[in-house]
Design a protein around this ligand. Structure first.
Ligand code: GRF
Length: 216
């Protein structure tokens, strides 16, 4: 079976990109990375792509007069490589509705909170400040509103006594590295479908048990 062609958009260190690179290295994984695009030339993720022998391209938003021209360049780069699913992995530019609609249901994002809680930046800090006992991460299809759209997978991660934003972020990041490849697999296998703006997963198993924090 042909593997689904991914285009990964990054702006920074690219640890989620690495998780996807590692997953795609397994011959039975149903997707492959056709291109990595960074809007920042200094993004560490570009080295990860290079080391894996994957094409990494810089499309620097500062070189374009407006968002529309920048996004046209992005779309051209993705189209030229036959990309079928675009994965945002720490991509720090807001995308216009034109871009999002162009890739409707073929564009996913990972966010470090249990959406719809804590959309936007500094979600770890805000989770700690709010006193929630669980935060986590979410892979979702992208809609024009920021950090909005049908949810594919979430992981719940406990907030522990004494956590600062870095400690919580590191714990959440480990879960991100598991759920992003898992979400891509579900989509690539055609097992995650959007019905009435919710994701229906074919052959889904119920998760085991309920998590309590503190244990009850
Ligand atoms: C991750 O926490 C991701 O959820 C968020 O940006 C961060 C990117 O980290 N969207 P990395 O570049 O993948 O290491």
């Amino acid at each position: 079976m042909a593997r689904l062609k991914l285009g990964i958009l990054i702006s920074g260190r690219g640890s989620n990109l690495q998780a996807l690179i590692d997953a795609c290295a397994a011959p039975e994984f149903p997707a492959e990375i056709a291109i990595v695009v960074s809007n920042r030339p200094e993004a560490g993720g570009l080295d990860r792509a290079r080391q894996a022998g994957i094409e990494g391209v810089v499309i620097d938003h500062r070189e374009f007069g407006d968002r529309a021209t920048f996004e046209r360049e992005l779309i051209a780069a993705l189209d030229q490589r036959g990309v079928e699913l675009v994965c945002l992995a720490g991509f720090m530019r807001l995308l216009t509705p034109t871009f999002v609609d162009r890739w409707r249901d073929r564009l996913i994002n990972i966010h470090p909170s249990l959406l719809p809680a804590f959309r936007g930046l500094h979600s770890d800090e805000r989770a700690i400040d709010s006193g929630v006992r669980f935060s986590g991460c979410t892979v979702h299809f992208v809609r024009p509103e920021m950090d909005d759209g049908p949810i594919v997978i979430q992981a719940a991660v406990p907030v522990l006594p004494g956590d600062d934003a870095d400690a919580l972020s590191a714990r959440i990041l480990e879960a991100e590295h598991r759920i992003y490849p898992a979400a891509v697999r579900l989509i690539a296998e055609g097992r995650a479908r959007i019905v009435d703006e919710r994701v229906v997963i074919e052959g889904e198993h119920a998760p085991v048990g309920t998590a309590f924090n503190p244990p009850a």
